[in-house]
Design a protein around this ligand. Structure first.
Ligand code: ATP
Ligand code: MG
Length: 582
């Protein structure tokens, strides 16, 4: 490959685009890799297309290496497929829906589980046909509420989506491990710093699912890591270790106290500490009961749910929603409180919750034998030493309190701290949700039909390109890892003599040696502009054919470490080939 900048369809920009906030968006636009066509919709220009293909090729090689087979399915899909699984509606506003000339409903595929399941059903019938692993790399369409950061969150974007089909659960687990291992190889080869986090809370959520997050401050996903181990998890999936239950005997009786003007935790703690009760109280000694309402899918009826957490923590709504999924959650309004007069705002205690049959779930730290200061179910009154397992027994536990920096790591070593990441891949044991919907069966050895089980595995190929830039850039531009760079070497010819001819000659030789070469052979462009462009574009190795040429020397530069070296003209081809690791 030899690309000449004199004719390349490329115009770099000196200014950041006005709508860009994150580095990858700024640099990919300034470097002429992409251009915005509409909100969340981007054109890939020649250099961008090369990088995108390089990423796709690595993904493809590793998919082929695990015997996944590449297909290409349509993006334009009739409504019926998504109707059978309910996703025509469930996808909500994110789905692009359209009609053909006859008025029939279509959609632009946001992900392809239905149609892959349908396809396999049409071709395969026997248990002997399975397992089968299929994938494609193509554009996906989602009308994202907030398209942002260039190609990081597009409305049209490139995804590798793969699907496994197995005859039983063991098969599904082994397919899952197979893809997961391939993902590890892919992201290693791409040179990304990433973590694998479990995406669903093991206890409540259905099947196994993990996300691959590229570590980047601009990421939208928050996760926690341990200071000492490689433990990492989505905040939604952190499982707080439950302390040992404590013995009940010998504990003081619960006592009720008049506590005027103590509707907030802080005023309560201040009051108790001023009241001379023989010990000090902190917010962590109080039990706060947060009321919400939940509704099961398909039901009209809202049900009350009380969540008990230590008073020094808030309920994390995202964790709560994840824990209760697929049920909906909402906060109570005035009317709800009026309908349940036993709920005394600011003074809600476990007793009236349980007496009135409100489902009551508590934080895992609230174990048998722990005693709490909590509401006494009448205004301006609290109970002290209300003891779990003696004075009240909750309906169960729910792990939805906020996770904080410094909390102990669930694996027992180190403490947690929060970091941000970009979801670049997702592996998911779907189970039989989609195969049930399309009734995908295979005849077992006994001649009886068996429901096939499915996994789905996505990588955001275009998002990966931007994630690489997020992790690999400096104030001058992009620093491409060699594996995905648009070229191996950028040869810059600059000066008033025959530097450009010489640059072209060297480029030709480098190309012959198998390198992918970008050459700056533009006439009438200043050296400063050419150097600035080279740094912005971010090709790993640069050869400068400039003023030194009359003395028989050229310069070899390394984009990543900034290293510069004068090299004799006769040696430049060999040295460059070596620098490029070819
Ligand atoms: P997110 O939570 O970021 O919206 P998702 O969980 O909805 O992503 P999946 O359905 O798991 O995404 O899709 C598989 C992969 O496709 C994701 O891991 C991500 O890398 C990529 N992806 C998803 N949505 C977009 C988008 N709008 N733009 C670019 N890539 C995307
Ligand atoms: Mg996902």
């Amino acid at each position: 490959m030899l690309l000449r900048m004199s004719t390349l369809f490329l115009r770099t920009l000196r200014e950041d685009p006005a709508d860009a906030e994150v580095p990858s968006h700024k640099l990919m636009v300034r470097g002429g890799y992409v251009r915005r066509a509409a909100p969340g919709i981007y054109s890939w220009l020649p250099l961008g297309k090369i990088v995108l293909d390089n990423v796709a090729d690595i993904v493809r090689e590793e998919m082929n290496a695990i015997d996944a087979q590449e297909l290409l399915l349509p993006a334009l899909l009739p409504r019926e497929y998504y109707e059978t699984t309910g996703r025509w509606d469930d996808y909500g506003d994110t789905l692009f829906r359209l009609q053909d000339r006859k008025g029939a409903d279509y959609l632009l595929g946001p992900t392809h589980e239905e149609i892959f399941a349908h396809l396999v059903k049409g071709e395969y019938t026997s248990y002997k046909d399975f397992p089968v692993w299929l994938y494609q790399i193509k554009e996906k369409f989602r009308d994202e509420a907030r398209p942002r950061a260039g190609v990081l969150r597009g409305r049209e974007f490139h995804m590798k989506d793969a699907y496994s089909f197995d005859i039983d659960d063991e098969g599904l687990s082994s397919s899952y491990e197979r893809f997961r291992a391939a993902y590890v190889r892919i992201f290693e080869r791409l040179g990304l710093e990433y973590v694998i986090v479990s995406a669903t809370a093991g206890a409540m959520g259905g099947s196994k699912s993990e996300e691959f997050l590229a570590v980047a401050p601009s990421g939208e996903d928050t996760f926690v890591r341990s200071t000492e181990t490689d433990y990492a998890a989505n905040v939604e999936a952190v499982e707080v270790p439950a302390p040992q239950a404590l013995p009940l005997d010998g504990l003081p009786e619960a006592t009720e106290h008049h506590t005027p003007d103590t509707a907030t935790i802080q005023t309560l703690v201040d009051f108790l500490n001023a009241a001379d009760l023989g010990r000090d109280f902190s917010e962590a000694d109080t039990l706060k009961n947060v009321l919400v309402k939940t509704r099961e899918p398909g039901s009209e009826e809202w049900q009350l749910l009380a969540v008990g957490v230590p008073g020094d923590r808030e309920v994390d709504m995202k964790r709560l929603e994840a824990a209760l999924e697929p049920a909906e959650v909402a906060v109570l309004d005035e009317k709800d409180f009026q309908e349940s007069p036993f709920l005394v705002k600011g003074y809600i205690g476990p007793r009236s919750l349980l007496d009135n049959k409100v489902r009551y779930l508590v934080d895992p730290r609230i174990v048998t034998g722990t005693r709490w200061v909590t509401g006494a179910d009448r205004p301006e009154h609290h109970v002290i030493d209300l003891t779990v397992g003696r004075d009240f027994t909750p309906d169960g536990t729910i792990d939805v309190a906020e996770v904080r920096d410094g909390d102990p790591s669930p694996d027992g070593r180190g403490t947690l701290y929060t970091a941000r990441g970009i979801e670049i891949g997702h592996v998911f044991q779907l189970g039989r949700k989609y195969t049930d919907a399309v009734e995908l069966d295979a005849l077992g050895p006994d001649g009886k039909p068996k429901r096939v089980t499915m996994g789905s595995y996505g990588i955001g190929v275009s998002r990966v390109v931007a994630s690489i830039v997020e992790q690999s850039h400096d104030d001058k531009g992009i620093v491409w890892p060699r594996a995905v760079a648009p070229a191996d070497v950028h040869v810059v010819g600059t000066g008033k003599g025959d530097q450009i001819e010489e640059a072209l000659r060297i480029s030709g030789e480098l190309e012959q040696r198998g390198l992918r070469v970008l050459v700056d052979d533009r006439k009438g462009v200043s050296p400063g502009v050419k150097f600035t462009d080279a740094e912005l574009l971010g090709v790993p190795t640069t050869v400068i054919v400039g003023r030194g040429l009359k003395d028989g020397v050229v310069e070899l530069r390394d984009r990543a470490d900034g290293g510069r070296e004068e090299v004799a003209l006769e040696e430049i081809v060999e040295r460059t080939v070596r620098a490029c690791g070819a």
